[in-house]
Structure formats: structure tokens, C-alpha cells
Design a protein around this ligand. Structure first.
Ligand code: LLP
Length: 421
């Protein structure tokens, strides 16, 4: 991960901040994010997009902390949202400006649509014919015209984990490629709608360029067919999905991928179209770590366990996807310290509650461990299972840092409950 390195004493630093010291100051579990990494990741996209009309919409679901959103808004990013909650978060950091927001998701309610129309989102990425009809009704009902794009299911294999593949025919997402023309024709006739674009999102943690280029080709086939039918498309949104390095993956750099995408767009005669994107993980994933303290080292009959104070409720990816995320000591142990192979597990009462398996670590109770590449789909997927308070979050910049979310207090966890007398 960029901006993560050990100093001469072997202490793990994120930018100029000592992670072990942050853990001791703010307690654990603690999420820590690097503003320089986020800015650097965004800059790679911006380099790749230079000279091409575009809109980059950060997928808020990857990490929706207001500190992170404010940083990205300040650097010129737009936002891809999938709920009214995410919309309200974005409005908080943009001062109410929704003009760079796209609204995705298969289950938008009439209420969601109403609010998004009121604040003036840039585009609704519509995922079904029924949604299109409802959107037209809601828009006409409140005197607005809804800018729409249809999310096409391009039936491209992203070659990633099945839980995070979204562009196959068997997925719940998008409108079938075969139906697209008919649905666009309907959209262009419905009052209350204005066709502006076309979009897709084929999956996440994609580590090759080909699936993106294939998906783009499938979209451009439709753009051509639509032009024949007299329906003009102004922007092509290729979604998010670019992967990051967790272990030995070698995803293309964002600027290199974009050069290929833009070259294809031009080669097919659509160079003047605006290119829209919805990256999430690749902007924030490698910018974050989850810090956790070792509670016990427990030798087992067949394996050893390192029991830490973070659990599946804090970081669900290992339990849910068997995701491998690197775990390392925040203070490098002396070279002579014996390493033991162990499973790093949390305190939650589930066998699936692990953060890493068969890791060679030299640790004792009280030490701080860092789970790397935890900036995306970490805190946002946290829960209160086992009545555990969610972690605090810190954003570092140089050798300074800010708490961008306070640790939940236990009483927060039942504040909305209504016990019977
Ligand atoms: N656009 C849409 C419509 C999406 O559904 C997603 C992610 C994105 C953009 C951003 O994709 P990204 O660039 O982050 O890959 N929780 C899973 C990942 C789920 C992704 C869902 N959709 C994980 O932890 O691996």
C-alpha cells in the first residue's frame, strides 16, 4: 500500500503517523485512512481522464465516512450512491450540490426518487422496466424531468469472486442487453424522463483490463443501435470494479486502464461522448488499515489462535468472501523472536469469525496488529453483532491526524430500543 512503510525502528507508519501510537491513543479496533493515498489514487484516474470529457463518481458504498467524502469532494470527485442515506451523506459534504451524483441500485423507492429529483441528481441509473415506469410517474407527479441511463447487463465475465460478479445473466442487476433497445424506446416516449446515458457495472476486484473493454464494446453496440433508432446517448458509464492488490494480484493502474478504454471509445467513433466511472475500492481500499490489539495467544490442539479485539462485525470480508487480507505487526518483532503459525480470530461466537488464517506472527498479548487494505468495504459493512460497538475512524495527513468518527458507546447500541415496562 502506498504511504505505508516501516521506519528505521521497524514501526509501521501511515504517512507520518505511527500506527501503534494511534492505536494506543484512540483504542482498538481502529480504522485509519491515509489522505495522501486517497488523493494519489484519485490523481491516477484524473491523469487517465485528462483531455476526455468525463465524470468520475466515487462509489460511496466502499467507504462513506464524511471525512473521506469531504476529501474526495474537495479534490473534484462526483459520487455514485445507492440509497437515500448515501445521498444525504453526499449532500452534507457538497453543501447540497447533487449535480455530480449518479443514483444506482435495483430497489429505489418512490421516496428515494422524489428526494433525488428535488436535489437534482445528474442521472438515475435505472435497473428495470418497472423502475423506469415508477420514475416517470414520480417525476411527472412532482413536475421534474428525470435524467436517465439504463444499466445494461452486458453478460461479461469479470473473472472475480462470484459474490461480487454483477454483469452475468444470472445476476439480479441491470437490464438484459436484448431488451435494452425496447426499454430505451419506452424511456424516450415517457414524459418525465430524459434519456442521457447508458451504464453498466460488471463486478468488483477485477484485475484485468479485458472485461472492461468487452463491457464497453457491448455498451457501444447499443449506443450505435440507439443512434439508428434516433435516440442520442450523451455519456457512457462503465461503472466501477477495478481491483487492488491484497496479496499478489496485479491489477492494471487506473491511468493505464483508462488509456485503453478511451482509445477504444475513440476507435469506435464515440470519442466525443462523456466517459463516466464509478470506482470505489480502487480509490480507498489500499488507503486504509484496521488496527486491532492481541488479547490472547491460545495454543490449540491442531492449530494456534491469535485472539484479537476486532471481529467479523468490524471487518466482514474474510468471513463473508474468504477474502485474504494481509496482517502484520505494527511494531516489527526482533529478528530473533520466534514466529508461530496461527489463525487470527475475533471474539464473536462464530467459527466463521476470523480475519486471517495460518499467518506467521511473532506476537504477544497487548501487541497491535494491522489488517492492511481495509479502506474499502471495511467499516461500511460493520455491524453490532454480539452487541459490539463499532470502531472509531481516523484520517491521517502527513504527521497529523483527525478522528473522523468517534467510537460508538455501548449505550448507543440500544438507544432506539423500547423495552416493555
Ligand atoms: N457501481 C456500482 C453500481 C456498484 O454496485 C459498485 C460496487 C461500484 C460501482 C463500485 O465497485 P468497486 O469499484 O468498489 O469495485 N463488498 C464487496 C464488494 C461489493 C461491491 C458492490 N458494488 C467486497 O468487500 O469485496
Amino acid at each position: 500500500a502506498p504511504h505505508l512503510a516501516r521506519d528505521a525502528q521497524g514501526r509501521l507508519m501511515l504517512e507520518g503517523c505511527d500506527l501503534d501510537a494511534l492505536a494506543r491513543q484512540h483504542g482498538t479496533p481502529l480504522y485509519v485512512y491515509s489522505s495522501a493515498s486517497i488523493a494519489g489514487a484519485l490523481a491516477a484516474y484524473q491523469r487517465g481522464l485528462a483531455g476526455q470529457p468525463h465524470l468520475l463518481c466515487y462509489a460511496v458504498k466502499a467507504n462513506s465516512n464524511l471525512g473521506v467524502l469531504r476529501l474526495l469532494a474537495g479534490l473534484g470527485a462526483g459520487f455514485d450512491i445507492v440509497s437515500r442515506g448515501e445521498l444525504e451523506r453526499v449532500l452534507t459534504v457538497t453543501g447540497g450540490d447533487a449535480s455530480r451524483v449518479v443514483f444506482s441500485g435495483v430497489g429505489k423507492t418512490a421516496q428515494d426518487m422524489q428526494r433525488a429529483l428535488e436535489v437534482g441528481v445528474a442521472c438515475f441509473n435505472v435497473e428495470s422496466e418497472a423502475e423506469l415506469e415508477l420514475l416517470a410517474q414520480v417525476a411527472a407527479g412532482c413536475g421534474h424531468v428525470a435524467p436517465v441511463s439504463l444499466r445494461i447487463n452486458p453478460h461479461v465475465d469479470p473473472k472475480t469472486h462470484p459474490y461480487i460478479s454483477t454483469g452475468l445473466k444470472s445476476n439480479k442487476f441491470g437490464i438484459a442487453h436484448d431488451r435494452a433497445l425496447a426499454v430505451y424506446q419506452r424511456a424516450s416516449q415517457l414524459p418525465g424522463l430524459r434519456v442521457v446515458g447508458i451504464d453498466c457495472h460488471i463486478g468488483s476486484q477485477i484485475t484485468q483490463s479485458d472485461p472492461f473493454l468487452e463491457a464497453l464494446d457491448r455498451l457501444l453496440d447499443l449506443v450505435d443501435a440507439l443512434a439508428q433508432a434516433g435516440i442520442a446517448i450523451h455519456h457512457v458509464d462503465i461503472g466501477g470494479g477495478l481491483g487492488i492488490q491484497y496479496a499478489d494480484e496485479t491489477p492494471p493502474a487506473a491511468d493505464a486502464l483508462l488509456r485503453q478504454v478511451i482509445e477504444r471509445l475513440h476507435a469506435r467513433g464515440h470519442g466525443s461522448k462523456s466517459l463516466w466511472l464509478e470506482p470505489g475500492r480502487s480509490l480507498v481500499g489500499n488507503a486504509g488499515v484496521l488496527l486491532t490489539q492481541v488479547q490472547y495467544v491460545k495454543p490449540g490442539e491442531t492449530k494456534n489462535f491469535c485472539i484479537v479485539d476486532a471481529a467479523m462485525n468490524d471487518l466482514l470480508r474474510p468471513a463473508l468472501y474468504e477474502a485474504w487480507m494481509q496482517i502484520t505487526e505494527c511494531v516489527a518483532p526482533p529478528a530473533s523472536a520466534p514466529r508461530q503459525r496461527m489463525d487470527v480470530v475475533g471474539p464473536v461466537c462464530e467459527s466463521g469469525d476470523w480475519l486471517g488464517r495460518e499467518r506467521d506472527l511473532a506476537v504477544q498479548a497487548g501487541d497491535t496488529l494491522a489488517v492492511l487494505s481495509a479502506g474499502a468495504y471495511g467499516m461500511v459493512m460493520a455491524s453490532n453483532y454480539n452487541t459490539r460497538a463499532r470502531a472509531a475512524e481516523v484520517l491521517v495527513k502527513g504527521d497529523g491526524h483527525r478522528v473522523v468518527r468517534r467510537r460508538e458507546q455501548l449505550a448507543d447500541l440500544w438507544a432506539h430500543e423500547l423495552p416493555l415496562e
